[in-house]
Design a protein around this ligand. Structure first.
Ligand SMILES: [Zn+2]
Ligand SMILES: [Zn+2]
Length: 371
């Protein structure tokens, strides 16, 4: 573990004190113990429903269904196209911003990109950056335990939407005090958005998306509100929620078969590349959030790569192929295409594909000759 200087998401340099190593090790031990304790207590406490949020989501989903009806009957094609673009924009705000940048620090972004991502994520209205990331860091550190806000062990419905309409488990509040959020407290963009969240979300999630089609191409207010605003908003929400629900239930587990998160292509398509969830939970610091080297089902990676080309995104972390394969062979379910499980775990000799590069390097070859 390094005690040297570290860069935070804002690009600012931190100087870690010399006592950091001991503190970090203690923190790691405490976290491990917390995890063990949590694994042993998965029984939820009594359910207390927050009816105002239930009403909001009922209204939201009914509005989205009406928006879908209008889309096929009276909404202009341009409005529908604009709604799709808004979904992608707000979705990327969640995936590239809230998730890969602010929650995981898997890359760094310069101020203009952080500002754009803040606006895009505000358009998605999934809570402000600070709280979204706190929830998500707790989700990763205490996955599928009572501390996890959307504990998938409580079923599909709970991890999809149910967790948002009931009071949180007491274990969760405990972890809110423990999880490190110091980097986000130092990011002025995050703090600005937190302070002005209500007016910002009204403006960017509801008012502007409704006014644009009316002002620029004479759409009706009803069509614009229900189609390009409510349908887009509820659709984006559900695509995000599927990562917490479906991608914690269905799919293969090539990297670690002992955890619920799984690889799910359908979720990846809807959530712009966030469905490669077994990989992501094993290597949460990889900016691709997947092993894929292409953009077929990972639009978010293409977005970050584009901003890296113009210098606004940098310091992207990538896990090496060797490390991925080693982990897949050690803990995966055998579904990794390059894994060794299907042929057995043993090694027959020098040129067996299972022998690690490290083992080959550390082997002494006597009287070596080039063939
Ligand atoms: Zn994550
Ligand atoms: Zn997850």
């Amino acid at each position: 573990m390094s005690t040297s200087r570290a860069m935070d998401a804002t690009g600012a340099e931190d100087t870690a004190p010399n006592t950091m190593m001991e503190t970090d090790l203690n923190a790691v031990d405490n976290n491990k113990q917390d995890r063990v304790n949590n694994m042993n207590s998965v029984e939820p406490v009594k359910i207390e429903i927050i009816w105002s949020i239930v009403l909001f989501f009922v209204f939201g989903h009914l509005s989205a269904i009406y928006g879908l009806y209008l889309m096929f009957t009276s909404t202009k094609l341009l409005t529908t196209f604009y709604g799709i673009c808004s979904w992608i924009l707000s979705g990327l705000g969640v995936t590239a911003g809230l998730h890969r940048l602010w929650s995981h620090k898997s890359y760094k972004a310069k101020l203009p990109l952080r500002f754009i991502l803040m606006l895009m994520s505000t358009m998605a209205f999934e809570n402000h950056i600070y709280e979204w990331c706190m929830d998500h860091r707790i989700h990763h550190k205490y996955t599928d335990t009572n501390s996890d806000p959307h504990n998938a062990k409580r079923g599909f419905f709970f991890s999809h939407i149910g967790w948002l309409v009931v009071r949180r488990h007491p274990d969760y509040y405990d972890k809110c005090l423990k999880i490190d959020m110091s980097d986000l407290k130092k990011d002025p963009i995050v703090m600005y958005q937190k302070k002005f969240y209500i007016p910002l979300l009204l403006l960017f999630c509801f008012i502007i998306p409704t006014i644009v089609p009316v002002y620029f191409w004479d759409e009706t207010y009803v069509n614009a509100f229900f189609t390009s605003t409510m349908l887009r908003y509820i659709f984006t929400l559900n695509m995000t929620w599927l990562v917490n629900s479906a991608a914690h239930i269905w799919g293969k587990r090539p990297y670690d078969e002992s955890i619920n998160p799984s690889e799910n292509l359908s979720v990846s398509l809807g959530a712009l590349g966030e469905g490669w969830h077994n990989y992501h939970h094993v290597f949460p610091w990889d900016y691709k959030a997947a092993e894929l080297g292409n953009y077929r089902a990972n639009l978010t990676t293409a977005f970050i790569d584009f901003f890296s080309l113009i210098g606004w995104a940098y310091d992207m972390k990538v896990v090496s192929n060797d490390m991925v394969l080693k982990r897949a062979n050690r803990t995966g379910d055998g579904s990794h295409p390059d894994g060794s499980h299907p042929d057995g775990d043993g090694i027959w000799g020098w040129d067996d594909s299972n022998i690690s590069i490290e083992d080959r390097k550390l082997t002494t070859v006597i009287n070596k000759k080039d063939d």
